[in-house]
Design a binder for this molecule. Structure first.
Ligand code: U5P
Length: 215
């Protein structure tokens, strides 16, 4: 598994707006869409490609690149927090199929940071995929990774060619948990934050991504 840390200034500029408590719902959602698009382009830059030749209008050959897998993408939208992120990803992968999973954590205050949280999945619809397809699971926040592990369990059974996680902030703990069980999964994230608090929120984080996008 590789972790791709997307920490170039434009990513961090948008992340900083998302972290800021003063950023309102509209701007938050817009920032998530922008990040989704940028993360999508980064993922596209790490897909397999072929070297091809084309003939230009000048009648001469030019060497070029074709990323075949651009048309073999299935994006899983982890409702509801991932919806604006997926909107952005779809700009990078307009031909993508889309699956949805409605997942919610049972949140409660405990005396120490949770390592596991109960996750309820109330709806799930994943389109048929082939062995040539790449599954991108989008969730802006990976804290205890309880949600992601449930979804990875389902998506890995479909045996896609590759599984990629698109996230904005992942905790160190969550990444390690995913890496131990799913060593072949790639994670694209803008930040790796160090802590999880007693309610299961990433610190410093950006709060509840679903609430901040949708109220
Ligand atoms: N979540 C947040 N903010 C946090 C931590 C978690 O919004 O600081 C939400 C995300 O929407 C994500 C889920 O779907 O909880 C991931 O938590 P976990 O299952 O990794 O603990």
């Amino acid at each position: 598994m590789a972790v791709f840390l997307l920490d170039k200034p434009l990513f961090l500029h948008i992340l900083t707006q998302l972290r800021d408590i003063k950023t309102d719902q509209i701007m938050f959602r817009k920032g998530m869409v922008r990040l989704g698009r940028l993360i999508g382009y980064e993922i596209a830059n790490h897909l397999d490609f072929d070297i091809v030749k084309v003939v230009t209008p000048l009648g001469v050959e030019a060497k070029g690149v074709v990323i075949k897998d651009l048309d073999n993408i299935m994006i899983v939208n982890v409702l509801r927090a991932a919806t604006p992120l997926v909107e952005g990803l779809l700009k990078a992968f307009p031909a993508a199929k889309q699956g949805v999973v409605a997942a919610s954590r049972r949140e409660m205050e405990s005396s120490s940071p949770p390592t596991e949280m109960e996750v309820e999945i109330t709806y799930m619809k994943i389109p048929k995929i082939s062995k040539n397809d790449i599954a991108i699971i989008a969730d802006p926040m990976i804290a205890t990774a309880s949600t992601m592990m449930r979804i990875l369990g389902m998506v890995s059974q479909l045996q896609p060619k590759r599984i990629i996680i698109a996230s904005v902030i992942a905790s160190e703990y969550g990444i390690t948990k995913i890496r131990n069980k799913y060593p072949d999964v790639d994670i694209f994230t803008v930040s790796i934050d160090p802590e999880i608090n007693n309610r299961g929120y990433i610190v410093p984080g950006l709060g509840d991504a679903g609430d901040r996008s949708f109220g």
